[in-house]
Write a new protein. Structure first.
Length: 389
């Protein structure tokens, strides 16, 4: 009897719960310090570097890696690849959480977070790229929320409103692709205002194109990466259809990602040629640029292609994780590492432990919410009452 009574408590004290709890407690402490002592008390930001890891990682990486929502929806509903249907809901959930956490993270970075809605509802600055980014993110987050609601409505048993939302699927998908095209590229355009600060190898008039194209293979890689983790930790929540289609989703996205990554590699080289920046490739910064381009674009692209050809899921999954790291490296290079490259090392920005801890806290919240939703709602499986709908 005593052993049975302590079993639920022991189940709660899993390594995941303990580590997650510690991170959340630390994150709450950092949050209190941020909003009581000010942004300067928890960050190493200054006038030379007003945008740090909360923008470079939380926003730029978060938006890029959340692109699996529009890529998967477009593949299934616009291009008619119904074999990707089982991947749509997990991708939409990941994208929705990604964008929601981007907005959440912005509250830490801006000086007056309560004014975040002002550019949309009160004082529109239509000539500003930030206005365009903010408006598109606001609208796309709304689209993702609506796309996610059928799963919640099935869980709650709201059949009528669920059927109404399902009829809007194609319209929402098209709207989501248009909005993603706009704000993914505009995030790259933001850095075109700083030609003297960003190293010439990363600065280009084609930054908007680079950001949009890289978001496509980033989203596909994240779908594979997220699916790999879900198969490892949430296997019992998956139905037969999801398990059967999972390998096809991974191999199909691997093939598509390899093509897009090679195209991305080509346009990056064309950009260097047009800007005549070849001389920088023989410098230390050039070595770092080639490390990013060859090590985290060309190499995983080849691995994706080999994995797709040989139907090797292990190879594909490793390539997906590798590509995710490459996207993070690229966004951090543009926003932090190769930014203010001309400053002495002592004056260069490096995030504080509390900045890093806050970012880890935000990611952890996303993982906890994803786990909560997928263990309760029909995300990784079909609801038995709606299999024919």
């Amino acid at each position: 009897m005593g052993a049975q009574m302590t079993q639920p408590a022991n189940r709660k004290l899993t390594p995941f719960n303990v580590i997650t709890g510690m991170i959340i407690v630390a994150g709450i402490i950092f949050t209190v310090l941020r909003f009581t002592k000010g942004i300067g008390a928890v960050t190493n930001l200054d006038n030379n570097t007003p945008w740090g890891i909360w923008i470079g990682f939380d926003l730029l990486c978060g938006v890029a890696l959340a692109a699996g929502g529009y890529t998967t929806s477009a593949a299934c509903y616009i291009f008619g690849l119904k074999q990707y249907h089982s991947a749509v809901r997990p991708a939409i959930l990941t994208a929705f959480l990604g964008y929601a956490l981007v907005v959440f993270a912005l509250h830490y970075d801006v000086g007056r977070p309560w004014r975040l809605p002002y550019p949309i509802f009160i004082s529109q600055g239509t000539s500003s790229l930030l206005f365009e980014v903010g408006l598109c993110v606001f609208l796309y987050l709304t689209v993702l929320f609506i796309e996610f609601t059928p799963a919640a409505f099935e869980w709650l048993g709201f059949k009528k409103i669920r059927s109404v939302v399902v009829k809007l699927t194609l319209l929402l998908t098209i709207f989501g692709v248009v909005l993603s095209t706009l704000h993914q590229s505009s995030l790259g355009a933001l850095f075109m205002i700083a030609p003297s600060k960003l190293h010439p190898l990363w600065y280009s008039g084609y930054l908007p194109v680079y950001f949009f194209i890289s978001s496509m293979f980033a989203g596909m890689s994240m779908v594979i990466f997220e699916g790999t983790l879900a198969h490892r930790w949430l296997h019992d929540k998956m139905d037969e259809t999801h398990l059967k289609e999972a390998s096809g989703v991974a191999l199909g996205f691997a093939k598509a990602a390899s093509f897009i990554m090679m195209g991305y590699l080509a346009i990056k080289l064309i950009g260097i040629s047009i800007d005549d920046n070849w001389q920088y490739l023989v410098t230390g910064w050039g070595a770092w640029f080639l490390f990013e381009l060859l090590g985290f674009v060309a190499a995983p692209a080849i691995l994706f292609a080999m994995g797709a050809r040989e139907k090797n899921l292990t190879m594909v999954r490793w390539a997906a994780g590798w590509t995710v790291l490459g996207i993070i490296l690229n966004r951090l290079n543009i926003s932090i590492i190769a930014f203010n490259y001309h400053l002495p090392s002592a004056d260069r920005y490096f995030p504080s432990l509390m900045e890093i801890g806050t970012s880890v806290f935000i990611v952890t919240i996303g993982v906890v919410v994803y786990r909560f939703v997928t263990t309760r709602m029909p995300i990784l499986h079909e609801h038995p009452d709606y299999k024919e709908h």
